[in-house]
Design a protein around this ligand. Structure first.
Ligand code: CU
Length: 463
């Protein structure tokens, strides 16, 4: 069972200019359910790894010890940082060998809910990930501040099959979800990874550690979807969730939803107030009955043993999060705001046919994909057109971008993110960002690990 529900700095560490951690990656026998033993990898003997916390402006020094018996690195997802600290093997640093160490040192920013994970193929799927929070003193006060990591245990044989496009694992998105609606009735798919356990903070329900709250408290949930192939739908029974941050960045305005839709690698800060005594399930909503194990009880004092209120396994009659809801749409026309753009790049995302081991950008797979070459200070526009039938959670390293266009519609208030889902079947998305990060090679890739390993990746390269 995880001890990472709440990660708090000791008073001494919070006063220091530099916060130090050691993360040791090594093999770990993970058993979130009776009868489920999984040959995992873990940081510090825990899946997820420890919640790291720093305050805005503090320096971070992480002594990484690699005992995985393979090469490994740590990627700091969502951070603007020196390229040499970005943790991509053979791109930003030589891979750290077995029994070797490497020190990651940088000043974490921007503030907010971010995460770290191995960037070596399969290692994050096996358990090498954790949350890192950069506290922002300007944030509204929360009485309770909780890290909630949704993660899952893969059936390893399905990973290889999914990479070859011949997996028989089903889609498990809930009825009415955009994922299921994108599929043709006779679609053979072949790209899904199967999972044998669904977890929150290291355990499956009913083994998840109940969370105690009190009437009158304002609770902040920092939610991460660490599943590397599937979108999650998250609901707190009996409550709406007030979303304030996406990928650690402030939303244009807070948005109240019944169900949070959270793509691979995304994070959302979701708030609620405890207005009466009770016990409620925070849970994943899915077509797979097993996902009901991806739940945790939130309860007021004395009610930890009560039967918790559960949510319906359906998206109907519920307000489900979308980027468009968070931003609002600009009425009248589909023209992006006029602005000087120095570098424009368009990618068609394709591949992924049944029996194919290729996911492509403009017909090519990494490392042969077209790179985006920029100069420091350039304004960049990237447009994706997704010709496949799956959503792609596209992620840019070392930058945050503004989502400005979705499916031909212009967002009224751009959303600042580091990972965003591009709709399938001809769906489009446009990003704008400024190339004001430290110079280097920054990966731009799909965060569905199957798609990434099958080639859906390129780089933003500073000249
Ligand atoms: Cu993808």
């Amino acid at each position: 069972m995880s001890v990472n529900v709440v990660g708090r700095l000791s008073a001494r560490a919070a006063d220091a200019d530099t916060v130090r951690y050691t993360l040791t990656a090594e093999p770990f026998a993970f058993a979130p359910l009776q009868g489920t033993e999984f040959a995992a990898l873990a940081y510090n003997g825990s899946i997820p790894g420890p919640v790291l916390r720093v305050r805005d402006g503090q320096n971070l020094r992480v002594n990484f010890v690699n005992r995985t018996h393979e090469a490994s690195t740590i990627h700091w997802h969502g951070f603007v940082l020196p390229n040499a600290m970005d943790g991509v093997p053979d791109v930003t640093q030589p891979a750290v060998g077995d029994d070797q160490t490497f020190t990651y040192a940088f000043t974490p920013g921007p503030t907010g809910t971010r995460w770290y994970h191995s960037h070596t193929p399969l290692q994050a799927l096996k358990g090498l990930f954790g949350m890192i929070v950069v506290e922002d003193p300007r944030d509204e006060h929360a009485d309770v501040d909780l890290s909630i990591v949704f993660h899952d245990v893969p059936r390893m044989s399905t990973i290889d099959e999914a990479m070859k496009g011949v997996s028989r694992a089903p889609m498990v998105d809930p009825p009415g979800s955009p994922e299921l609606l994108a599929m043709a009735p006779d679609d053979k798919m072949g790209d899904e990874v199967g999972y044998i356990a669904h977890c929150i903070n290291g355990a499956s329900y009913p083994k998840t550690k109940p969370i105690a709250v009190q009437v009158g408290q304002k609770v902040r949930l920092r939610i991460l979807n660490a599943n590397l192939t599937q979108t999650r739908y998250v609901r707190l029974a009996g409550h709406a969730l007030r979303l304030t941050h996406a990928d650690g960045n402030l939303l244009p305005q807070p948005l109240e939803v019944d169900i949070l839709r959270i793509g691979v690698a995304e994070r959302y800060d979701a708030w609620f107030e405890v207005t009466k005594p009770g016990a409620w399930l925070l849970q994943g909503i899915s077509a797979d009955p097993m996902v009901f194990e991806q739940a945790v009880v939130i309860h007021t004092p004395g009610l930890e043993g009560a039967t918790p209120l559960a949510a319906r396994n359906s998206l109907s009659d519920a307000r489900v999060f979308s980027y468009e809801l968070a931003s609002g749409l600009l009425s009248g026309g589909s023209h992006l705001p006029a602005e000087q753009i120095d570098v424009k790049k368009a990618y068609v995302l394709g591949g992924g046919d049944y029996g194919s081991d290729r996911w492509t950008m403009n017909g090519k797979i990494y490392p042969d994909t077209e790179k985006i070459v920029v100069r420091s200070g350039n304004r960049i526009e990237v447009r994706f057109t997704n010709k496949s039938d799956m959503h792609h959670p596209m992620h840019l390293h070392g930058h945050n971008f503004d989502v400005v266009e979705i499916d031909g519609r212009i967002l009224r208030s751009p959303i600042s993110k580091d990972t965003a889902l591009v709709n399938p079947n001809g769906g489009t998305m446009t990003w704008r960002f400024t190339a004001d990060s430290p110079a280097g090679r920054w990966l731009l890739h799909c965060h569905n690990d199957i798609h990434m390993m099958d080639g859906l990746m390129t780089e933003v390269v500073y000249e």
